[in-house]
Design a protein around this ligand. Structure first.
Ligand code: GAR
Length: 202
């Protein structure tokens, strides 16, 4: 079994979706959910999904080897970031080079970088009257939201869509594609790198 650790700082709806997707897999399993926030809802999800969860403070992440040690102890093969808001230390990035994936709720390089996460991204997209937005799945290097893009999915933004509506559309793309792209990447299967999704009611 290939073992994943999901790292998440907030609600964890992607963490849950990914865990459920792989619960039936014979090749890949979610072995741990790791957070930097003791009150993150993702930890409750971990509990009812029966996935062991761990919390480390930002300084434990950045200034100690505790997280590296845990990853080694649990024999983690890949790290999946799902709304994780701490920049990973170089030691982890180096050790897992090419085996850390992140999802960002915009078409990077647009609306990325420090401070650009979750709903802030969607508000900025609406304020700029963008005609499309989407998701980017990329490998991680030592900078926020950078590294090689492995997949993008685009969706149309209608003139009357507010940030909430955009968030809804983007979450739907995340749930549909992130687990599948993770699986394809890990199992080295070919996949389309760019898709445009048309809502069913159009
Ligand atoms: C997701 O939309 C993810 O793309 C975004 O945080 C959200 C987490 O939602 N990540 C970033 O903005 C990274 N810069 P969730 O906790 O419900 O999965």
């Amino acid at each position: 079994m290939i073992r994943l650790a999901i790292m998440a700082s907030g609600s964890g709806s992607n963490a849950e979706n990914i865990t459920k997707y792989f619960s039936k897999s014979k090749e890949i399993e979610v072995a741990a959910i790791i957070s930097n926030k003791a009150d993150a809802y993702v930890l409750e999800r971990a509990q009812y999904l029966h996935v062991p969860s761990y919390v480390f403070s930002r300084s434990e992440f950045l200034e100690t080897n505790k997280v590296q040690n845990l990853l080694a102890e649990l024999k983690i093969d890949w790290i999946i970031l799902a709304g994780f808001l701490v920049l990973l230390p170089v030691s982890i990035v180096d050790k897992y080079e090419g085996r850390i994936l992140n999802i960002h709720p915009s078409l990077l390089p647009k609306y990325g970088g420090k401070g650009m996460y979750g709903d802030k991204v969607h508000k900025a997209v609406v304020e700029a009257h963008e005609k499309e937005s989407g998701i980017t799945i990329h490998k991680i290097d030592a900078n926020y939201d950078e590294g090689t893009t492995v997949f993008q999915a685009k969706i149309k933004i209608e003139p009357l869509d507010n940030a909430e509506k955009v968030a809804q559309k983007i979450h739907a793309l995340e749930y549909k594609f992130y687990p599948v792209i993770i699986e394809n990447m890990i199992l080295n299967r070919p996949f389309e790198k760019e898709v445009t999704v048309t809502p069913i009611n159009e």
